[in-house]
Design a protein around this ligand. Sequence first.
Ligand SMILES: [Zn+2]
Length: 102
Amino acid sequence: MKATFTPGPWRVERGLHDAAIRSAHFHIALVTSGLDDDPSQPTFAANARLIAAAPELYAWMRKELADYDDMGHDGSDCDCVSCVRVAEARAILTRIDGEDAS
Ligand SMILES: [Zn+2]
């Protein structure tokens, strides 16, 4: 399975009332504050940082799951805390990969 999103790293370019997320060559997204948002409480900047970290989080999750698979315990018939969390991580990656993943 291969991710189809724009490869990272992504970075944040913050303005006063918005923050742009960009890769090396592409504009990824623009996060804006609401009209009533207080610029001193820049939630939009925190949201932008979270979005910009997504490619690194995705890669880290893939590596962790590969290491888990290498241990030979697929967790398919286990409900220990580790296996439940691995199943949750796999579900998140499935949502990220979507239907266009190959
Ligand atoms: Zn287990």
